[in-house]
Design a protein around this ligand. Structure first.
Ligand SMILES: [Zn+2]
Ligand SMILES: [Zn+2]
Length: 619
């Protein structure tokens, strides 16, 4: 359908209008400032008719100069908002204002932003600066500003592809499993209709070696035919392979939330550094990560977006990780609706609200099963928290140190929020990457649990900025901490002890039974973490070095970012509409199969745990 023509014909008064696509959005450029300021009603009517988003902007060459605009913005925004910097993207007629306190800069019901628009004609976007300061967030934002021209062209080409093709009738929907079939790791599905080839996640398998680390790419797979990648969240088992696709020539978009973009890039760059150090080479480089960042089309929860001619996408909160999303695919105008949960947590945590269940339509579903086994029942959060604190107190009392291996993203921040609540009288060290990830959390508070969000935005009490936590940013600082004789707590990566600074702490403190190691997340088979959890008294690093394990080892299940068996079944039970068919993935074989059986027995829904390379037809 030629929507541009419809918009053009609906706006006869705008003789100079330049109309084009920007992804799934339609953008109208004009020199008519009066229309720009008063067009609301007219535009709303067109939006109602064609059900597409439309944005009106002033032609860049008609906008006031940037220095003049900066003075005006500084005049309008109250100083208490603390402006840090202002960026212009003339190609989008957009000005981004980075501030410490966005709610002050935006004003009551957006009143200040509206005033900026009215007085400068630029489209203002107010963004929160990362606090504590994060170089990572700054680099990503700079990459985006600097590639403004490229993004303009890219978004336009995507829009043309979505709307100007002559779609075939959507006669089938086929899901092909390329990873995470009866295993935890390398999540990857290919979703195909006669018009679309969409990849759902594309991750690596932590703990696996050789080819088994990567999704299985079938020989007839053609990267040029891939229309889009939809990324559920930033963990490497979901996003770790994406930069490699760019390296191999993929030129299309990745749809994800803004925090997922930031966190994914952080973890990808880290994995490059880690494998470089260990193997002397890496699968891809940071320039491939950059290619991905430039091609991300960020979506907010509940925002409806056409991603191909017959697939519409809506993200909802998954409760698993900052920015994690359940993907709701509306296919062929609602002919069928498929829900891909990604990883979900259907229960409250300190960090995030429980996963969304109120989908209006849902005929098919893909659900994870990490803790889907019959014995996977995790304790209540309050009990887990109490046990966590009691283990720490006991260790401190006997003069020991507490080592907590943690994913940089998610568990690390959950632990920080818990530790902030209790008064523990020893230093708490936070290793570098966990600290960066915390900054991303406070940059996007709207993705956090309602209460935490309120605390950060309204009361200005940010646990991630608490003085209680000491940031270890360099090798030297780590050396100092390692030689400290007194009790302390350290939270360090990696979460499964397959690399990262936690290894240094384990080497130094692993042999002394005064110390304690607390596992707070999933330990995949083959990782050092898994071996230690099973009770190995000695483990071997990849370089052959041996570590004696004599310290106390504890596992806390209640702090996991995954749903346990009961929560997974509750999630299905609380769905507004029950799917007719469910695929179970992201679980060890026995757990995936057992959960599929239970879903069938309890809800009478046809369920199956596919193996990799199995294809299922939904339509
Ligand atoms: Zn995850
Ligand atoms: Zn996962």
């Amino acid at each position: 359908m030629d929507y541009l023509k419809i918009v053009k014909e609906s706006l006869p008064e705008l003789t100079d209008a330049r109309i084009h696509y920007e992804g799934s959005k339609i953008v109208v450029y004009t020199r008519n400032k009066n229309f720009f300021l008063t067009q609301n009603e007219k535009i709303r009517e067109i939006v109602e008719k064609i059900k597409k988003r439309i944005e009106v902007r002033i032609e860049p060459d008609t906008l006031p100069p940037t220095d003049e605009t900066i003075s005006k913005i500084k005049e309008i925004i109250p100083p208490e908002a603390e402006i840090s910097d202002i960026y212009f993207e003339p190609d989008f007629s957009k000005v981004t204002i980075n501030v410490r306190y966005p709610q002050i800069a935006i004003g009551e019901q957006g009143e200040i932003v509206r005033r900026i628009k009215k007085e400068t004609f630029w489209i203002p976007l107010v963004q929160r600066v990362a606090t504590p300061k994060s170089n990572h967030v700054e680099v990503i934002r700079k990459t985006l500003y600097q590639s403004s021209k490229y993004r303009k062209r890219f978004l336009n080409s995507i829009g043309k592809k979505i709307y100007l093709t002559d779609p075939k009738e959507t006669k089938y929907l086929r899901i092909l499993s390329l990873g995470s079939g009866r295993e935890v790791g390398r999540s990857c599905f290919l979703m195909q209709t006669p018009n679309s080839n969409i990849m759902l996640d594309c991750g690596l398998s932590t703990g696996a070696t050789g080819e088994d680390q990567y999704p299985i790419i079938p020989p007839d797979f053609d990267i040029d035919s891939l229309d889009a990648i939809v990324l559920s969240h930033a963990h490497l088992d979901h996003c770790g392979f994406i930069p490699y696709l760019y390296k191999m020539g993929y030129k299309g978009p990745v749809y994800c939330t803004e925090p997922t973009r930031e966190l994914a890039a952080l973890l990808q760059v880290d994995t490059i550094q880690l494998t470089q150090k260990e193997m002397g080479k890496s699968l891809y480089t940071s320039s491939d990560v950059k290619k991905m960042i430039k091609n991300v089309i960020p979506l907010k929860y509940k925002e409806v977006t056409d991603i191909t001619s017959d697939v519409r996408l809506i993200f909802e909160n998954a409760g698993h990780l900052l920015g994690s999303a359940i993907s709701h695919f509306n296919i062929a105008n609602g002919k069928i609706n498929l829900i891909y949960t990604g990883d979900i947590k259907y229960s409250v945590s300190n960090l995030l609200d429980p996963a969304f269940t109120q989908f209006l339509r849902c005929e098919g579903m893909i659900i994870e099963s990490t803790y889907g086994g019959p014995n996977d029942l995790t304790p209540r959060l309050e009990d887990a928290e109490k046990e966590f604190i009691s283990i720490i107190e006991k260790t401190i009392k006997r003069g020991g140190k507490v080592l907590i291996p943690s994913f940089a993203v998610g568990r690390g921040q959950e632990l920080m929020v818990i530790l902030e609540k209790y008064n523990i009288d020893v230093p708490i060290y936070i290793e570098g990457m966990i600290y960066d990830a915390s900054a991303i959390h406070s940059t996007y508070p709207k993705y956090l649990a309602y209460n935490l969000q309120k605390q950060i935005i309204e009361e200005n009490k940010n646990p991630f900025e608490s003085k209680r936590f000491i940031h270890i940013a360099s090798y030297r600082e780590r050396e100092q901490v390692l030689s400290d004789e007194k009790p302390y707590i350290v939270i360090a990566t990696s979460g499964m002890i397959n690399g990262g600074p936690i290894i240094e702490y384990l080497k130094k403190f692993g042999s002394d039974k005064k110390n304690t190691l607390i596992f707070v997340g999933y330990q995949a088979k083959g990782t050092l973490g898994n071996k230690i959890q099973q009770g190995y008294k000695e483990v071997e690093l990849s370089n052959g070095e041996k570590i004696e394990i004599n310290l106390e080892v504890k596992t806390l299940d209640g702090l996991s970012g995954h749903s346990d068996r009961k929560q997974l079944l509750n999630f299905i039970g609380h769905l507004k509409e029950k799917p007719k068919r469910i695929l179970v993935n992201h679980g060890e074989p026995s757990k995936a199969l057992n959960l599929a059986g239970a879903i069938n027995k309890i809800f009478g829904i046809e369920s199956y745990a596919p193996m990799n390379l199995e294809a299922m037809r939904f339509l």
